[in-house]
Design a protein around this ligand. Structure first.
Ligand code: NAP
Length: 503
């Protein structure tokens, strides 16, 4: 049952500032006050040592218990998520599986010490000209972490999503700023974590949730002295605003923002000659998945102009014109999508002809085409329009395709559609593309991110705010750890994982 309250230091607490949810029959949610933000941060700091001092086995059990408790509330979470986001049941059930899978993946990870990247250089007392001390290094939890989830993944990039799972695995207490677009879903998942805290005997402030719409709660949270790092998934504008606040603090802290991207696909000439129609149809399916509301949505396809480009366009337009209107996540996201499409219409040729959407919060896809010269000259065409809007970018020749690759800003993903005979062009593009994106794909579509140890889900700015970091996969834990060296420290005082190491 949804309480509409904030979870602070183990207690569900209300406030006088209430916000009603139209999606949940007027259910009201208490918005956290400035004093409650302070309380939560102080409690997290107080419980940090106790929580980070729990053994890796205890923390692994805790993560698995959260996953079990999420499954106990499974149907309620799904139904609430459907009402709040408009996402279909199968998607939310699948996303819950991904979320509990991530929690279990981090539990498995921390049962071994590999993620701690332990190093040792033994003492060399007789070394000349100077002796070497005994040095050992491990990684310690960074401290309390603030987490912001995104509207489009109410589970996997939200309350118990990858940021929270990896931070809890690392030994950091977490304070989640509940997303206003799915406050009820956020609270239910928060209830599952609170239950796991109780079952596992974890400190009360190991996990807390603060609800808030507007900018106040989030802005106050990242400026609290007790917060030592922030995980954020969301828009470039929101992420940049919070990043700037983190870096303007008297003690700046790392801000790991996973932001938006247009994820260009380069369709190379021989692949286009062989299967332009197939690529066009596949693109339409990827572009419209989840109403185009994915950070990995392939919003741009780059190709040589000519009959193969025409064939791709025809296939893609046919599929998009046949796509039923889809419900978007929030009124704000729908408004931004419609505005973005209007701006595109003023600057490019629209090739789709879908009738205007009529349903509540619904939108239809839109496809545009433009020359590479115009696209490169106009930064407005290069920014994410969150939704099913695509652009075909037509190059005069392969040199212009390379020039376009050189002028790309940072991306989460870049895709090559290629045949064996495109190898020379692909080889010349690869070094450019490697500099521009966190994940490179061949002959596929970037929507759908595998959760595993070799996944990089990040990229150069503006795809993310730290090019070295991923928010998906086991490497995500590194963001919440800091290296500590121990020089000549007696064995009895060392962390367990450093005791008794041979040189
Ligand atoms: P959003 O509007 O930026 O919201 C994300 C969270 O940040 C919300 O809790 C929001 O508060 C808060 N927030 C936003 N701006 C803020 C500010 N200036 N000050 C304080 N708090 C602020 O993003 P969204 O609409 O939920 O998500 C869609 C975006 O996320 C798209 O651009 C998509 O590409 C991106 N995304 C990226 C990834 C990735 O892994 N790279 C994954 C999924 C989505 P409210 O609750 O009040 O809105």
């Amino acid at each position: 049952m949804i309480l509409g309250q904030n979870l602070i230091d183990g207690a569900w607490v209300g406030s006088d500032n209430l916000r009603a949810s139209d999606d949940l029959d007027g259910q009201s949610f208490a918005q956290a006050t400035a004093a409650q933000v302070d309380d939560a941060c102080r409690a997290a700091r107080c419980d940090f040592r106790a929580y980070s001092g729990k053994s890796r086995t205890e923390r692994a059990t805790f993560l698995r218990t959260i996953a079990e408790q999420m499954d106990v509330l499974g149907d309620e979470i799904t139904q609430t998520g459907m009402a709040e986001t408009g996402l279909p049941e199968a998607r939310l059930v699948g996303e819950r599986g991904r979320t509990t899978g991530q929690l279990r993946m981090f539990a498995d990870l921390i049962e071994e010490t590999g993620y701690l990247d332990i190093r040792k250089e033994g003492a060399l007392p007789d070394r000349t000209p100077l002796p070497r001390p005994d040095l050992r290094l491990t990684h310690k939890a960074i401290g309390p972490v603030a987490v912001f989830g995104a509207s489009n993944f109410p589970l996997a990039f939200s309350t118990a999503g990858g940021d929270t799972a990896s931070a809890l695995a690392a030994g950091c207490p977490v304070i989640v700023k509940g997303h206003s677009a799915h406050a009820g879903t956020a609270e239910l998942v928060g209830q599952a974590i609170a239950k796991a805290i109780e079952i596992c005997g974890m400190p009360a402030a190991t996990f807390q949730i603060l609800q808030g719409s507007g900018r106040e709660v989030g802005s106050a949270l990242v400026q609290q002295p007790e917060i030592t790092a922030v995980g954020f998934t969301g828009s470039l504008a929101g992420g940049r605003a919070l990043y700037d606040l983190c870096h303007a603090r008297s003690n700046p802290i790392p801000f790991y923002g996973e932001l938006g991207s247009v994820n260009p696909m380069f369709c190379l000439p021989d692949a286009m000659r062989a299967r332009a129609t197939e690529i066009g149809a596949g693109w339409a399916a990827s572009l419209t998945m989840g109403a185009g509301q994915f950070c990995t949505n392939p919003g741009v396809a780059v190709m040589l102009k000519g009959p193969d480009a025409d064939a791709l366009e025809t296939a893609c337009v046919a599929a998009l014109n046949d796509t039923a209107e889809q419900k978007m996540l929030t009124d704000g996201i729908l408004g931004a999508y419609e505005q973005g499409v209007r701006e595109f219409r003023d600057l490019m040729v629209e090739v789709t002809s879908c009738s205007a959407a009529t349903g509540k919060r619904a939108a239809v896809p839109a496809l545009f085409k433009v020359s590479a010269a115009e696209w490169m000259a106009n930064p407005k065409l290069q920014h994410e329009v969150f939704g099913a809007a695509g652009i075909i970018v037509l190059c005069d020749d392969t040199e212009q395709m390379q020039q376009l690759a050189e002028c790309l800003e940072g991306q989460l993903t870049l895709t090559l559609h290629l045949d064996d005979s495109d190898a020379a062009l692909a080889k010349s593009l690869m070094p450019i593309l490697e500099e521009k994106a966190g994940r490179l794909l061949a002959n596929g579509y970037p929507t759908g991110v595998e959760v595993c140890s070799s996944m990089m889900h990040g990229g150069p700015y503006p795809a993310s705010t730290d090019v070295r970091a991923t928010s998906v996969g086991t490497l995500a834990i590194v963001r919440w750890l800091r290296p500590v060296s121990y020089q000549n420290i007696p064995d009895a005082l060392l962390p367990d994982e450093l005791k008794g190491l041979s040189a």
